[in-house]
Ligand binder design. Sequence first.
Ligand code: NAP
Length: 651
Amino acid sequence: MAGHFEPFTQMMTEPEEVIRAFLPELSLPPLIACVVHLTGETSILSRLHPPRLVNVVESAESGQDLMEGGYTPAEAQMIHDELMQAIAGFRSGDGKLPQLSTQVTQELLRFMSGGNVKEDYLEFISEEVALDGVDRRAVELDTDALKAAAKEFPVIIIGAGLGGVLAAIRLDEMGIPYTIIEKNPGIGGTWFENKYPGCRVDVSGHSYSYSFRPNHQWTSYYPLADEIRQYFDQSAEEYGVKQHIRFNTEVSQAIYHEDGGIWQVDIVGTDGQRETLKAKAVISAVGQLNRPKMPEIKGLDSFTGAVFHSAQWPDGFDPAGKRMAVIGSGASAFQIIPEMAQCASHLTVFQRSPVWMFPNPAYHTPVGKGQSWALHKLPFYSKWYRFWLFHVATEGVYDKTLVDPDWNKPGSVSASNEELRRQLTAWMESQVRSPDLLEKILPDYPPFGKRILQDNGTYLTALQQPNVELVTSGIVEIVENGVRTADGQLHEVDAIACATGFHADRFLFPMHVEGRDGIVLNEQWSDNNGRAYLGITIPNFPNLFCIYGPNTNLVVAGSIAHNAESQVNYALRCIRMLLESGHDSMACRQDVHDRYNDRVDEVNAGTAWGFSGVENWYKNSEGRVTANLPFRIIDYWKMTRKPDPADFVFD
Ligand code: NAP
């Protein structure tokens, strides 16, 4: 069974003054919960208000730390004092933690969630954090007949990134044999591929891990790509997944055969070797952002220097002393530009659209000794720290993304979105001296129209370096020695990094996937109009399940690891339902799928990213949002907890 539920066996042996010196580094809300766990009583809760969500902008304006729950310095002192007393009491006792009753645990959860939350929120967050150590997302088979049937139900997983490794771990728990087909020579998906300088995750690292395998080793709060790649590699190693992976191998086509409900999966190795595999089900975990999109710019091929996509950064490429160009200003460019500014002799940034950025002083901050101590040794700190990160992320900003139909001020979609716009503008203005530069970098679209990036000041500092030039005149062509823009200027450069995004609207691309009655997935989807029920199952494609499929990307609110767990949970419960039914196949009903997608489109249209006139990679060329989940993460969690047999056709 998956599960790393910490037994808290590491003793807090450090002297009192050492522990006290660690405390300022720690997040306050989890410390309140630690007091309750160490003492077994809840009186501290009556002396404090529940932790308050301080949004990142408010935090930057007031100087109050986002992770501090809105407590004053005097309250912080009180929390620290009570914690020190609780630790002293615990250390002088028998070494056993008090067992919290269900009632006390519920009271604590309610307090930590802000005091006024519904029961289903408590259930949702309890499952994610698993305070009691029970892994509620494991799918079990409880009869010998089911266990025997599982052994005869081979599954092919496509992709060994976050979703593929997760699906493998969970299938293995069910005793279902599986093979992973992975195009790369290693594990990690996007974290294996993206090796550009500065690549790091822009959600909190301590929530970017499987719920059953939290990682307390991250060396920074927003870890670099290679550390994340290692996490998935180690997860695969630990759960025995590696020996089931066919590396350097791509799926070229997958064809469903009605007779016996078999998927025929054709694979091809990088050595050209072809093979056909058979499976009872296919799980696609190929991601949304794994097929790099080079810009279609006249003359790109004529450039004589190095030109490459950000996700295909050449091994050993050294930008030092070169005249570099970066095309794009999205999440990848945002991380590459400060790195290039430091080493290139000259950097020209070609920006088509500017981006909004959130102030986040911790974006590059290493995890200190105190935080590391607490995560490893302070009982229950790691659980409540994850809880708090998750709570802040899920409850944080969703409402600010919703369109108020009565709002008609350009550049925002509601009063709260306008207020955010004001705050983000003030943050950017505080960093830039030149009005000309400011005019170029302030977006005219609403916050959340495109992904908002995490900023600790590095990006705008880089743009103001003497060796950096921001060009906003459109690119008209690339010539052998540079880039020509609409204002007639030729920008001579030695190398061009295209941080121009991915074929995000082409799901499962470029595989040929054929379902029932010869229906081709790409045709059903008209190339770029991916739709699935819950983003997971597709009519006419029996026993095919997608992880991170159409309309499952999270823009605000929550963690993609959590969402992948919801999808894997749903897919594997479908497989269990199929095994129980004795049928060969199950396919989602067309009407159920259509109704769901109508709702997805309706809600997406009422968000800042779905708003007409806003352009982003979440939309396809027809303007339909195909990438994003429009719902609150708790609602999606509820939808995916348990499949309803009435939603499927069984054969
Ligand atoms: P992206 O957000 O799609 O950005 C592509 C950029 O290239 C945009 O600025 C786009 O301009 C520009 N562009 C595209 N074609 C162009 C052309 N022909 N000429 C000039 N400019 C052009 O791609 P990305 O930066 O790779 O990020 C994609 C997603 O990956 C992110 O939103 C995020 O979800 C994920 N990501 C995450 C991280 C992280 O966790 N830190 C890092 C990187 C990526 P327009 O905006 O005008 O289209």
